[in-house]
Structures are given as structure tokens and as C-alpha cells.
Design a protein around this ligand. Sequence first.
Ligand code: SAM
Length: 234
Amino acid sequence: MTAYKPGDPTTLNRLYGRSKGKKLRSEQSDLVENLLPQIAVPDEGVLTSERLFGDARSMHFEIGFGGGEHLAYRADLLPDHGFIGCEPFVNGVAMALTHIRDGALRNVRLHMGDALEILRRVPDGSLSFVYLLHPDPWPKARHAKRRMMNDGPVDMIAAKLKPGGEFRFGTDHPIYLRHALMVMQRHREQFDWLCNKADDFLKRPGGWPETRYEAKARRIGHEVWYFRYRRRDA
Ligand SMILES: C[S@@+](CC[C@H](N)C(=O)[O-])C[C@H]1O[C@@H](n2cnc3c(N)ncnc32)[C@H](O)[C@@H]1O
């Protein structure tokens, strides 16, 4: 297993696909220019809850939030918690900013770029939740190392979660599902799979809203699988 070594990029070799799509509408460009700098994760230094939110609140971290529906829903549901969302795709960031503005959400900080660069700056044992919903599948075997669900990132997620903290993962991709289950099986000393019945992973857990990507997957007839893992005591 390739263990996570703080500061060692070779264990976290992530690549993402596109970072730009359709031209932004002028209202969206405005949000990227004006709102994003106000709520952006600082460029350097350790990312404690006190630094980002002004107090010792519970922190949540979403990797690849897409259009930000899940991030905004959770932030609205838990206004006393702090949320960090990372997404390299500018159109997704613009959509998330729209949700943040419309919901007057004050408890969200965003990073437009690689989630792992930000996650590594969060102190160990400081997160209550990490979300990885429908990560890019990289279905070809030769691209498997690019998947977010791999030993390096999972070790880092385990390090950053507090004992009892939760890692939520969802996918509609059968190849990714199989790969993820094998990865998580290798990490069973760090995580307990929160599952009471055999078909739990077929049912959407409470407090887990449908994302745009998920809705699209269901429209084309895909099954969606949901996983909750609890960080064990270190
Ligand atoms: C298939 S989409 C799913 C988006 C969203 N989670 C949802 O369920 O609608 C995967 C997302 O992960 C983002 N992504 C890929 N690599 C990433 C990385 N290294 N850090 C953060 N986000 C990443 C992509 O830009 C894309 O928006």
C-alpha cells in the first residue's frame, strides 16, 4: 500500500479533466470575481476552523463538489458547522457561488482547484465529515491511479478525520464501485463501514441530497450506490 506521507506529492498524484466549459454568464463572472475572493480558502498556511470560521466549530470537507448542490444543502442544514468545498471546474464554482449567495450561506469556504492540496493543509484529526460524491471514474485500467479513491488520498482522508468522523462516498459507476470497495477493504483498520442491512448501500441515507450528476445518472438508468464509513479511533 502507498501510504500518505505529508508533503509527498507522489502519493497523491491526482489529475483532473476539464476546468472550463461554457462561457460564464455575466452574473456568474461577477460572482467569481467578487464573491469568490471573499470566501476563498487562504493561499497558504494551516486551515483550522478558528482561522476559517472564527471559532472551533465542526468542519466538513467536500472533494469535487460539481455544481455545489450537496455542499449548499449541507451548509444550510448545519449553519453552525463550517464547510470547505474544492472544485477545479470554474462553471461548477460559479453555480456553487449562486447557491451560496441565494442561500445567504456564511459558513462555506471554497477553493477552485485540487482538493488534495487543500486537504493536506487541514490539521490531522480536525474534520467531522469528508464527502466524495461521484468522483471522476477514470474507467480505463491504465488510468486507475488517477482515481480519487486510492490509497494515498484515503490515507489522507483518514488522517484528517477525527475519530468518529464520517467519510461519505457515492458512485453510479460499476468499475469505480468495485475499485473503491477493494481500496476501502485495505483501509479497514481506519474505517468501519456503517451498514446494518445488506442493501443499505442501495438507499440514499438521510441528509444526503441528490446532486446534479446523480440525477443525470438516474435519468439514464444507472443505479447509484451510497457508502458511509466511520473513522475508527486511531
Ligand atoms: C463526476 S463530477 C461529480 C460532481 C459532484 N460531486 C456531483 O455529484 O454532482 C466529478 C467532479 O470532481 C471534480 N474533480 C476532479 N478532480 C478533482 C480534484 N483533484 N479536486 C477537486 N475536484 C476534482 C471534477 O471537476 C468534477 O466536477
